[in-house]
Every structure is written in C-alpha cells, then in structure tokens.
Design a protein around this ligand. Structure first.
Ligand code: ASP
Length: 314
C-alpha cells in the first residue's frame, strides 16, 4: 500500500472581506496558491522530503508579489523590507531560522541552509547575510522587494501612527499575508516552514512569531507540524505552535481539538488575530482561524485539492 503524504499551505490571515476582494486579485492569489501546493505535492509524490516540500511551497509564495513574504513584503517605519523565516524538520527536530534579513531573495532557503549547513539554529540581520554571502547567495537590492501597494499601506499606517498586520484595519486592502507550509512525506517525516515581512511600520528591529520556533513554526515527527499567521506578539506570548504540539502530546487531543483550543482560546483572549495550519502524523490537516479569512490550500492524503479564502467556506 502507498504510504500517505500530504501538504497544506497558507498565505496569511486577517480581515479578508468578500466586499473588498476583486475577481482579478482573487484569481492571482488562487493561482499562486495552486502552483505552490501542486509543485510541492508533486515533489512529495516523487518521494521528496517534507522539508524540501515546505521550502518549495514557501519559495513560490515568496516570489509572488501578492503575499507578505519575499517580494511584496510589507515596509518598516524606515521604508525598507526586513524579513523573517524558519524551517523545522520533525525528524530530528532540526531547525533553521533567520530574522531581519534585507537582501535575501528567498529567506526560507536561507533558513534551510542555517538548519543544514551551520551549527546554529537562528541567525539575524547582518550576520545572517554574511552567512548567506559565504554560501554564495546573491545580494538582492531592496528595490526587488518593493511594491507600490506596500508603500501606500505604510504611508497610511504612518498617518494613523499605528503598526498593523499587512491585511488588517486598512480599508481597501486586498489582504496579502505571511506564508507558510506544513507537510507529511512518504517516510513519515513532518516539516513546517514560515516566511514573512512582518507587520507594516514595524520599528526597532521588531521580530514576529514566524522565525520563533514554538511560536509561529514547529514540527515534531509522530505528532504534528504547524505554521501560523497573525499578530506575532500574541502568538509569541501564547507559544502557539508549541502549545498545540504539547496538547496533542500530553493530552492526546487530535489536531482539530488542539488547534481550536489554542486559536479560539488563549490567542483570541489576548486579542491575537490570526490562524494556523497543521498536519498530524497520519496526514490529517487542520486550518484554523479566529478572523474573517486565511488564504489556504492543501492536497490531502487522498490527493484531493482545496483552495479557500474565507472563514465561512466549508
Ligand atoms: N505573524 C507575522 C508577524 O507578526 C505577521 C503575519 O502573519 O502576517 O510577523
């Protein structure tokens, strides 16, 4: 019998309203999600690893200007892009993450290289870029990441004097967000990856939950892999991904119960808007959110593909 494998991805959560979506934007987002989920699923079908699959999916979403990661990342208060990313392999709980990188086209790839080619688990800013240069990465100018949309968004945030998730509280926004993926491969290995530009108008080297293992990203074989999106400060305070894994490990909750308890419970109580995607050891997938929507897609263990945006889509 074939061994089960599956992949789930997200492109961020937030105040995604039917009324604010145009057909054109929706099609572009769905196409990017489709490409990311299909290519990474194909890799798994050919016997590829869960780590390679999640990196493949996230790279595709980083290259799309429609999400808050890689090209299209939100802008900091200093009008530049600073990106965070992480990868975790459930096999030996190996981890790589980077924070505050400014000139790396695909931060998730660098996170994977930190995991596989350094003795460390997390590198930040200049040091991370120095490591990348040593590995032969190209230096990507900030111009590559810039989009007019993000600039307008920053100006609006500055005028209000606030910071925000890329999607929330911006009246006519088209709701693009952080990206992530979780996968189960044919060898039974789980993996998770997340990549983000963070939040608009962020200051002082702010780092969110995405590159923090146990907050926005986590994977543990024989249990679960998780990638989160939402207000990073709340997700860090709730140790979201770690808490879901712990509930499944110690309380023997299933993936749906554990994710729902955390996202609709503590995270919501702390005012943390957002969601998670998770896959358990048998390939069961959960999408959970406490806001109006989350760009999401999966191909499950039966090969069934889904692409969804709004919370009320079943
Ligand atoms: N979680 C990300 C952060 O706080 C933002 C997002 O999910 O869009 O950096």
């Amino acid at each position: 019998m074939n061994k089960p494998f599956a992949i789930a991805i997200h492109g961020g959560a937030g105040t995604i309203l039917h009324a604010q979506m145009t057909d054109e934007i929706q099609r572009a987002i769905e196409q990017a999600l489709d490409q990311a989920v299909s290519q990474s699923h194909q890799l798994l079908a050919q016997g590829g690893s869960a780590v390679d699959a999640v990196v493949c999916a996230v790279r595709i979403l980083e290259d799309s200007p429609h999400f808050n990661a890689g090209k299209g990342s939100v802008l900091t208060a200093k009008e530049m892009v600073e990106m965070d990313a992480a990868v975790m392999s459930g096999e030996h709980r190996q981890v790589g993450s980077v924070a505050g990188v400014r000139h790396i086209k695909n931060p998730v790839q660098l996170a994977k290289d930190v995991m596989q080619q350094s003795e460390h688990v997390m590198l930040i800013g200049e040091g991370a870029e120095e490591f990348a240069a040593k590995l032969g990465y190209d230096y990507t100018e900030q111009d590559y990441f810039f989009t007019d949309r993000r600039y307008e968004q920053l100006l609006a945030m500055k005028a209000e004097g606030t910071t925000a998730l890329s999607e929330s509280r911006y009246p006519d926004d088209h709701k693009f967000g952080t990206v992530g993926a979780v996968a189960l491969d044919q060898d039974g290995n789980l993996a998770a990856a997340t990549s983000t530009g963070g939040i608009t108008n962020k200051q002082f080297g702010r780092v969110g939950d995405s590159p923090i293992i146990g907050a926005g990203t986590y994977a543990e074989n024989h249990n679960v892999a998780i990638s989160a999106t939402g207000m990073g400060e709340a997700f860090i305070r709730c140790c979201v991904a770690s808490d879901i894994a712990a509930r499944m490990r110690y309380l023997r909750e299933d993936v749906h119960t554990a994710c729902t308890a955390v996202i609709q419970g503590e995270v919501k109580n702390l005012g943390g808007e957002g969601g998670v995607i998770a896959i358990d050891r048998s390939g069961e997938i959960h999408f959970g959110m406490n806001c109006e929507g989350m760009y999401r897609s999966c191909i499950d263990i039966h090969g069934k593909k889904q692409i969804k945006i709004y919370a009320d889509e079943v």
